[in-house]
Design a protein around this ligand. Structure first.
Ligand code: GLP
Length: 249
């Protein structure tokens, strides 16, 4: 299902409200969280809503999608740091309920396995929030990732390193490796919301719309999911055919 809004503000408000509804309906929900610039206004709206009308988050569990290998939680470009800045520092989610892949784990393979197992032990995500890379990646699952994958180590594509280079001082500082939740972990979420905004996402959203389910376009795996909402602004939706707008708001 597509939801298409005029502005980023509307996209973010809608998405934040969906997260909030889920938390209110199920205080012990398991939420899959994402990073990236798309999520910043979503989290800002969520914080604003929670400030106005506080909700007890003491039973909430979160799992983040991915993390760079080699960056500590104190590194300003690590996803751990991002989540603390944009969300966790302002919320009362117990620390032991917050999960991010550990990019400094001494045994990365064991850490990946433990991460997937922890997700499965919790019964999978109740709601998974996703952004999308300009090459169609979800989490850090790059093109050609097996759709059966669990949490694993990835070598970042050149395109992804260039896209994410804007957050680093020097392009050479962008890590080459990352840990990501696998596509199977993502697909086991009971509900998925994919958010894309802005001109940089116009082409990939058009490709995704017309694509078959194909490992060359990781986000196309989501087409198998029975409870997927794709939330776009007008810019990201600019090249979608009329039929995408039929059931959209
Ligand atoms: C990164 C993250 C993805 C995110 C993507 C899009 O590569 N690993 O999870 O979806 O960037 O980010 P942005 O929202 O900044 O375009």
């Amino acid at each position: 299902m597509y939801k298409i809004f005029d502005t980023v503000d509307e996209v973010s408000l809608y998405t934040a409200q969906r997260l909030l509804e889920k938390i209110k309906a199920a205080p012990s929900a398991v939420m899959g969280l994402a990073t990236g610039s798309t999520m910043e206004p979503v989290y800002a709206q969520l914080l604003g809503a929670l400030q106005q009308s506080p909700v007890d988050l003491s039973q909430l569990t979160t799992f983040n999608l991915d993390e760079y290998i080699g960056l500590s939680a104190e590194h300003p470009q690590s996803y751990n740091y991002y989540m603390c800045q944009h969300l966790f520092n302002q919320l009362n989610i117990p620390k032991h309920n917050i999960h991010l892949p550990d990019g400094l784990a001494s045994d990365i393979e064991a850490a990946c396995l433990a991460y997937s197992n922890a997700i499965q032990t919790m019964g999978g995500m109740d709601l998974q929030l996703l952004g999308i890379g300009s090459n169609g990646h979800i989490g850090f699952n790059e093109p050609q990732t097996c759709f059966n994958s669990r949490t694993h180590v990835v070598e970042l594509s050149e395109q992804t390193r260039i896209d994410n280079g804007r957050f680093f001082v020097e392009q050479s500082e962008v890590p080459t490796l990352a840990i990501t939740m696998g596509i199977k972990d993502i697909l086991e979420a009971k509900e998925i919301i994919l958010v894309a905004t802005g001109r940089n996402k116009t082409d990939i959203m058009a490709q995704l719309f017309s694509s078959e389910i194909d490992e060359r376009l990781p986000a196309s795996a989501l087409k198998q999911h029975s409870n997927l909402t794709i939330v776009l602004d007008r810019e990201a939706a600019a090249l979608l055919p009329e039929q995408a707008f039929k059931n959209a708001v």
